[in-house]
Unconditional design. Structure first.
Length: 428
């Protein structure tokens, strides 16, 4: 198990491109895997989670090659995998692939690391079974075995705000006998819908209803993946908190279902400006310029949370330095992330001497001086590790993490990139 430490730092300065978007990277490989011809994905996220998806696709007979930094996917020959598919830490990888594989009539077994093994899979299996899928599971957890099944036309109202569940049903729908409709009360990230359309699928969105009609021929595409706003969140908050900082983060994706953190930080007083707006991979992107800013506490309603579902730990870190008490509502989904992130976020704040309170669905953080001096185990959760290290940059005493290797699931080179901006973060 590797360790990392963050010490009180001077101002952050400079320009650094954070790694590419994890959600788009998974989807680009999966859609390439079921499309005719060749898909070329440049600037893909080469991190644990996405490499797990690539390796699972190879086990299905899909060719995924890396040539001069571009991933080349050829997907015409699906076969039964000869081994169990280990998706490691990748919740998106396993849930979307279950939907895709169910639609392809695959016989296969999925498993994962200790974090993925404790995460709920019933949320995906329930609708897939209602479509006709035969599957074995271990009380709604991995390992899950899918059996070749004919899937029916289906309409599903999502019981929770989850892009993974929505995507699994739509991807399964590609192989169903008739149209599949997903109704989502709260909109979630729509990368699957955008990318399905770009590859040629027959998909229509009408308010809260998304309908995929199977039968259209999907054709391989050439696309580039922009920088991940969920990864950009860490240097952004670090720069806001260190007086005198000014950093530029190029090509950050600005899909409105992903930018809730930026909106909330601006409400807290953050100076984050968007420069050179343009399109990359079918998504709007900008270079973000961030200047250190005194932050004020805010109330975050439950309705704001889905657009920043992965950013709550780092928002809590920003709140620790804000003037006043920040309250965040609607956090029930946080309990089933890579760790119980509601408990883990409260744990990292407490380890740094920050006063916070949690309820079943909410978190309150009292802003003020940050003592630091604590050690936090990531428990296989990359974002808990990075949030702790960013907190350490603004604490009086260093913050340490164990299980630092988890960070590579989404942000390989995190310590090096942060150090290039002047942050005192070292891997031990
Ligand atoms: C993701 C959806 C979200 C998010 C995860 C990535 C995706 O999960 O937390 O990191 O790529 O679809 P849920 O679908 O469980 O909300």
């Amino acid at each position: 198990m590797t360790e990392a430490v963050a010490r009180p730092s001077e101002a952050l300065k400079g320009t650094a491109r954070v790694p590419s978007d994890k959600s788009m990277s998974h989807r680009a490989l999966m859609l390439g895997a079921i499309s005719a011809g060749v898909t070329r994905v440049s600037s893909i996220l080469e991190a644990g989670d996405v490499l797990s998806t690539a390796s699972a696709l190879r086990a299905f007979g899909v060719s995924v090659e890396r040539i001069d930094g571009t991933f080349i996917v050829r997907g015409d020959a699906w076969r039964t995998p000869a081994r169990m598919l280990d998706l490691g830490n990748a919740g998106t990888g396993v849930r979307l692939l279950m939907g895709l594989a169910a639609g392809q009539g695959a016989l296969c077994t999925f498993t994962g690391d200790p974090s993925l093994m404790r995460r709920p899979m019933g949320r995906v299996l329930d609708p897939l079974r209602a479509m006709g899928l035969q599957a074995d599971d271990r009380e709604g957890r991995l390992p899950v075995t899918l059996k070749p099944s004919q899937l029916r036309s289906f309409t599903y109202e999502l019981p929770m705000a989850s892009a993974q569940v929505k995507s699994a049903v739509l991807l399964a729908g590609l192989g169903a006998q008739g149209p599949v409709t997903v109704i989502e009360k709260t909109p979630t990230r729509d990368h699957t819908e955008r990318m399905l359309k770009a590859f040629g699928a027959d998909l229509e969105t009408d308010g809260h209803r998304i309908t995929l009609t199977p039968g259209a021929r999907l054709v391989g595409q050439t696309l580039a993946i922009p920088a991940d706003p969920s990864s950009a969140a860490f240097p952004i908050v670090a720069a806001l908190m260190r007086p005198g900082s000014e950093v530029v983060l190029p090509e950050v994706m600005l899909n409105p279902r992903r930018t809730g953190l930026f909106a909330t930080l601006r409400r807290m007083g953050a100076e984050i400006t968007e420069e050179h707006l343009r399109l990359v991979g079918g998504e709007e992107v900008a270079d973000l310029r961030v200047r250190a800013s005194p932050l004020k506490a805010v109330k975050v309603p439950a309705s704001d949370v889905p657009d920043m579902i992965d950013e709550i730990p780092i928002l809590a870190v920003a709140a620790a330095s804000a003037e006043g008490t920040t309250r965040i509502e609607g956090l029930e989904e946080l309990k089933v992330k890579e760790s119980d992130r509601l408990a883990a976020t409260a744990g990292l704040l407490t380890a740094a001497g920050v006063t916070c309170r949690t309820g079943d669905h909410w978190l309150e953080i009292d802003g003020g001086d940050i003592r630091g001096g604590g050690t936090v185990d990531t428990d296989h959760d990359h974002r808990i590790g990075m949030a702790t290290l960013v907190l350490g940059l603004s604490a009086q005493e260093p913050m340490r993490i164990t299980g630092a290797e988890a960070i590579a699931t989404s942000f390989p080179g995190f310590a090096t990139l942060m150090a290039s901006l002047g942050a005192a973060i070292e891997s031990a």
